[in-house]
Structure formats: C-alpha cells, structure tokens
Design a protein around this ligand. Structure first.
Ligand SMILES: Cc1cc2nc3c(=O)[nH]c(=O)nc-3n(C[C@H](O)[C@H](O)[C@H](O)COP(=O)(O)OP(=O)(O)OC[C@H]3O[C@@H](n4cnc5c(N)ncnc54)[C@H](O)[C@@H]3O)c2cc1C
Length: 383
C-alpha cells in the first residue's frame, strides 16, 4: 500500500507480524476452542513495545503515535482478533485516559505498568440497561470525606476478570445528567466490594476474557478520580474516539485474515476439474472483499495519521469504524461461502473469522451509532 510509513513504523509492523505468526498462530485455534486466555502473550507484547507507541518516553513509551499502533494492531488481529484487543485494554483505552486527563501521580503509577503489561487494564461503561445510551448508566460514586463509594453493575467488560486497573464511569451527581458523570481509575483486584463474573456465552473472541463487574459499597480513594467531578462523559467520548480507531484496525486485520485464507483455499480446492479460483463468481467475491478491505485500511490510517497531527476527528473515526466493521463481516462471510461446507466447519478458520467479525458491528458503538455520528456531522447537527 502506498502510504508514507517511516522506517521505524515498517520495523514495528514487521515485528508485530512476526510475533503474531510465531507466538500466536500455532496456538490460536486450540485456545479459541478451549476459551483459553494467555496473559503471558500480552506481557510479551508489552515487553516488545506494542503498547508503548502511544505513550511518551517519560512514562515508558516511545511516542510513535496512533498510526504505528493501528498498523501493529492489524497485524496481530489478522492472526487473532482476541489478541488484537489488548491494544485497547492497555494504552489506547485506559492509558490514553490517564495520560490525557489523569494526575501526575496516576500517570507515574499506572502508565509504565500498562505499557509493559505488568498491569492489565480495562474500561467499564456498559451496564445491563445501558449500552448505546451511555448517559443512562446507573452506577453511582458517592463522595465522602475520605473516599468515593461505588455501587452498580457493569457488563460485557473486556478483561473484567483479569484486569488490575479499570477506568470506571459512574455518576457523582445523577441530577446533573451527563455533566454529573465522573471517571475513576479503580484497582479492581485490591478493592473489597468488587466482584467479577465471567461471560462464557460469547459467540467469538474466546481467547479474550469478558465479564461483569459488580460494585457493592466498594470504597475507592479520592485520588482515584480522573480529572474533575463531572468530566466523565467528556472523558468517555474522547476515549471512544481512540478505542474505536483501534477496533477498526482490528476489523481490517480480521478482514485480511479471512481474505488470505479464502485465496489460499480457492487456489487449492478443485471442482469441475479446475481450481474454484478459476470461476468468475469466486473471483468477484475475492475482488469485492479485497477492495473493501483496502478502503477500510485507508480510512483507518487517515483517521490515525490525522489524530497524530493533533486533530480531534470524530467523524473520520466513525467512518473508519463503521466501514471497517461492515467490510470485515462481508469479507469473512465471503470466506465462509468460498470454503463451502468447510466454511461451516470448526476445523477450518473461515467460521472463526466470521464469528469474530460480528463483534466489530457492536463494540465501541454499534454500526447504527457510527452512522448517527457521521450523519450528524454531515447534516450540521454536530460540531
Ligand atoms: C465482545 C464485546 C466486548 C465488549 N467490551 C466492552 C468493554 O470493554 N467495555 C464496555 O464498557 N463495553 C463493552 N462492550 C459492550 C458494547 O460496547 C455494547 O454492547 C455496545 O455499546 C452496544 O450496547 P448494547 O449491546 O446494550 O446494545 P443496545 O444499545 O441495546 O442496541 C441494540 C440495537 O439497537 C440499536 N440502537 C440503539 N440505539 C439506537 C439509536 N439511537 N438509533 C438506531 N439504532 C439504535 C443498536 O445499533 C443495536 O442494533 C462489549 C461488547 C462485546 C460484544
């Protein structure tokens, strides 16, 4: 692809590709079948500097920027969508929130640990009754002289049961609506009153833990507040601008993984005395998937490159997330078709790509929500 990548970016991309092929590819199918998550893989990714690219050097990173991050994310997600997720769980989500809004104490305590994956992270917005409508959440943080006390339930939280540190969104003042929401850096494992329950009923992403987080009079120190009381909604929306971009990069990776598998299979599978790749309708499926995948990558790279220049580009991010998600589902769906009955078999990779691709239409704001954002900007209803 013709895009001006620096030598350093090419080196990081190759490192991520190499790592995914050597360390993840050999175990991906078995682990996904047995719902196995290996924290040691995330730790190695941290040691190799995968998560540090968006963090300044003084907090343990290399400050290469978001474009470098999305390029690496794609390479890992091409092999495993599950292990593409830690980019968001470590620094693109929690790390960036702390970097942009946290106190100096929070930055020193958490950023280096998130960069090298000594601590695993998560972020908790969604609740049983509150998904797309973030402001309708019910979790509260009641302020006392020496602490806040959290009560409520979060669900569908990636990394819930393995995370050391979570960015938790809760109301400090419900009457003030979105302006009464606050963000907290919560040490999930060290705080009495916090329990987690794994969600095992997922369709895909089986090597990525997901669960509920329940707060019952969980006392957290005042120093856990990120920014000011009432900043939570603003922090959450700016966090989603970053995590959406990373999610879109994951979708591009899964789309590419599905296309590569379909091309290989189409050249091998013989029907009517010739490889099925000779048939124009199969070529049409591959051509459409490839064009959409490349277009999605360009949207993601544009959004990331512009963000690296300092622009807050919510519309570009939503365009990238929407199109990358839809194109990943199309590419994986075409792969299932090209594999025929083997596309319906758990012994071949097409069905895994398809199951995992569906998550991108839901997480970090559904495809409908992305279209609402895009149309809102286009129609002048959002600025
Ligand atoms: C694998 C996975 C991992 C996740 N990880 C996290 C995490 O780490 N942290 C976290 O906080 N959350 C996480 N989530 C939750 C995810 O962000 C929510 O599922 C998502 O925001 C959608 O919310 P919902 O499922 O409640 O759907 P709902 O909001 O109930 O939406 C249901 C349907 O209605 C549509 N809809 C809703 N409102 C509108 C509207 N105004 N206009 C048009 N259509 C609308 C939606 O598009 C969707 O099709 C995860 C989810 C999954 C599946």
């Amino acid at each position: 692809m013709d895009f001006d990548l620096s030598e350093e970016q090419i080196a990081m991309r190759d490192l991520a590709r190499d790592f995914a092929e050597k360390e993840i590819a050999p175990i991906v199918e078995e682990d996904e079948k047995h719902h196995r998550f290996r924290p040691e893989i995330v730790r190695k990714m941290g040691e190799l500097g995968f998560f540090g690219v968006v963090v300044p050097e003084e907090y343990g990173g290399t400050a290469m920027g978001l474009l470098s991050s999305v390029i690496m994310t794609e390479e890992v997600a091409k092999v495993s969508a599950s292990y593409g997720l830690p980019f968001n769980m470590q620094t693109i989500g929690p790390g960036y929130v702390i970097l942009n809004y946290g106190s100096e104490e929070q930055k020193r305590k958490y950023l280096p640990a998130l960069v090298n994956a000594e601590m695993l992270g998560c972020f908790a917005i969604t609740e049983p009754g509150s998904g797309s409508d973030v402001a309708s959440m019910k979790t509260t943080a009641t302020e006392y002289d020496d602490c806040f006390v959290l009560n409520g339930q979060k669900t569908w939280i990636s990394n819930a049961q393995v995370a050391d540190i979570g960015i938790v969104y809760a109301y400090t003042d419900r009457a003030a609506k979105a302006r009464g929401m606050s963000a907290f850096a919560v040490e999930l494992k060290n705080t009495p009153g916090i329990t987690t329950v794994p969600i095992e009923s997922k369709v895909g992403l089986h090597s990525a833990p997901t669960g509920e987080v329940i707060f019952e009079d969980a006392k957290i120190p005042k120093s856990a507040l990120i920014g000011q009381k009432g900043d939570g909604f603003k922090i959450c929306m700016s966090m989603l601008d970053n995590t959406r971009m990373s999610c879109a990069a994951r979708a591009v990776g899964v789309g590419r993984g599905a296309i590569d598998a379909a091309i290989k299979y189409a050249n091998e599978r013989m029907q009517f005395g010739q490889p099925i790749s000779d048939f124009q309708m199969v070529q049409d499926q591959i051509a459409q998937s490839l064009v959409e995948n490349d277009a999605a990558r360009l949207l993601v790279w544009r959004a990331a490159a512009n963000r690296d220049k300092g622009a807050r580009n919510t519309m570009e991010v939503s365009m990238a997330k929407y199109f990358a998600a839809e194109s990943a589902v199309n590419a994986a769906g075409n792969a299932v078709k090209i594999f025929g009955s083997y596309g319906f078999s758990t012994e071949y990779p097409a069905e895994r790509f398809f199951r995992d691709s569906k998550s991108f239409q839901i997480v970090e704001g559904t495809s409908n929500i992305q279209k609402i954002i895009i149309a809102g900007f286009a129609l002048g209803k959002r600025k």
